[in-house]
Design a protein around this ligand. Sequence first.
Ligand code: HEC
Length: 105
Amino acid sequence: MKKNNFNIVFFFILISFTLNVKANDTLSIGKDIFLNKAVCSSCHMLEDAGSNGMIGPNLDQIRPDKNRVMMTVKNGIGIMPAYEGELTSEEIEAVSIYVSTVAGN
Ligand code: HEC
């Protein structure tokens, strides 16, 4: 019985560790897309990415949530291009999670 409890605890530690690593992966993939693949950085200021583009709004100031970023990246807005077709939906999701997580922090 004691041994069983230990296994269960160990299992949950392992699971939470794995989920944590996954979340960190998504953030670093999102950051890479922001800086290199989609070059959002050329138009947007975002402190975490070290970018200071001035064409679009400062993302640290508008602090968009994930859905707002996803809508914008998919469909474009004003002079900002739409990325649907250019980025996969996984990439759009990763960059949206990244921006909404780090903006304003
Ligand atoms: C060519 C310059 C340019 C690039 C590249 C660009 N944006 Fe934008 N972005 C803009 C401009 C300009 C606006 C404001 C448009 C408006 O409100 O008319 C904007 C608006 C936004 C908004 C706010 C939308 C809203 O609801 O008001 C978000 C979030 C955003 N961009 C995220 C991104 C992300 C993430 C990327 C990369 C995938 C990106 N942008 C790439 C120029 C750009």
